[in-house]
Design a protein around this ligand. Structure first.
Ligand code: G3P
Ligand code: CA
Length: 301
């Protein structure tokens, strides 16, 4: 049998050919590296990831909108928070019985509306008839429970960034629906998701890896950090007391490129403590005072 020698089968390329091969290899390697890193695809998303994991001083997140000035999680509170120019505006989302995301912190309607019972037991149409403002003050009477879509319509024309908390467990279609609404408004570089539910973070990582994610946690130990790293989140968020358990883990998180976020701090004493821990982001009901304390010019956030 005639055998083909190695030199016959694969002739060595000349100098120009080798250059072309190197160039092709470089382009393929570049494409592969972009494909493996969801943040590399878009410089502004990378910036958002950075804002969640490292800022010079800590970043300020307005809790449930401007919750000290207007009824939490209403559009009135969100508009005020956008005007304050905070680093991020936080909003909580629950699902109605017919699967529509609405801005609501509690799983029940009782505290912040004139309704009673579980949010998930009522359709959007029923929830829209409720008053989510009077409990806070008569000037907010008739303020409705907003939908995620309405919130995004308010957010889109601003320069603000938002942190959207998914309360309870969301199915694939529900997450995909929220992501679609964000995509239609080109908000990938201005919105990050957060959740206590690991299943939500896993689903987001699969369905929408381009969105930055924050893992909320009630624990703070080596295993928490490993989970956060596996889920490729940008930051971990917890109560102040949780971080006090082990300061070393804050530094370990930073080494992994994972930011730390603490909630909900409203006094100078708490802010100073968080800064001494090396926390990256603080959630507060009083962002204007925190900005002044942080040293922003004229108390602007
Ligand atoms: O963003 C985290 C923080 O808001 C979680 O606490 O109860 O205010 O939603 P909660
Ligand atoms: Ca929240």
């Amino acid at each position: 049998m005639h055998r083909i020698s190695r030199t016959q089968a694969v002739p060595l390329p000349n100098h120009r050919g080798r250059l072309a091969l190197y160039a092709a290899f470089f382009v393929l390697a570049l494409i592969a590296s972009i494909g493996s890193n969801p943040y590399a695809a878009n410089a502004s998303v990378l910036q958002l990831h950075g804002a969640l994991s490292r800022v010079e001083s800590f970043g300020i997140i307005s809790h449930r909108g401007a919750a000290a000035l207007a009824p939490e999680n209403t559009l009135a509170a969100m508009r005020l928070a956008f005007d304050q120019g905070v680093d991020f505006v936080e909003a909580d989302m629950h699902l109605t019985a017919d699967g529509v995301p609405v801005l609501m912190h509690d799983s029940t309607l009782d505290r912040t509306t004139n309704g009673t019972g579980e949010v998930s037991a009522y359709s959007l149409e029923q929830i829209r008839r409720l008053d989510a403002g009077s409990w806070f003050g008569p000037e907010f009477a008739g303020e409705p429970v907003p939908t995620l879509e309405e919130f995004l319509n308010e957010l889109a024309p601003t320069n603000s960034r938002a942190l959207i908390e998914l309360k309870g467990e969301w199915h694939d279609e529900q997450i995909a629906g929220a992501v679609k609404m964000l995509g239609e408004r080109y908000l990938v570089d201005r919105v990050a998701f957060e959740s206590f539910e690991l299943a939500n973070l896993e689903r987001l990582a699969i369905l929408a890896p381009e969105y930055a994610r924050v893992m909320l946690t009630r624990d703070w130990n080596r295993a928490t950090l490993e989970t956060a790293a596996e889920l490729k989140v940008s930051a971990i968020g917890a109560r102040n007391q949780v971080f006090e358990r082990d300061f070393g883990l804050v530094a370990d998180a930073r080494v992994l490129g994972i930011g730390t976020m603490v909630y909900t701090l409203n006094t100078e004493k708490q802010w100073a403590k968080a800064r001494s821990y090396g926390i990256d982001l603080v959630i507060t009901d009083d962002p204007v005072s925190l900005a002044a304390w942080r040293g922003d010019p004229s108390g602007e956030v």
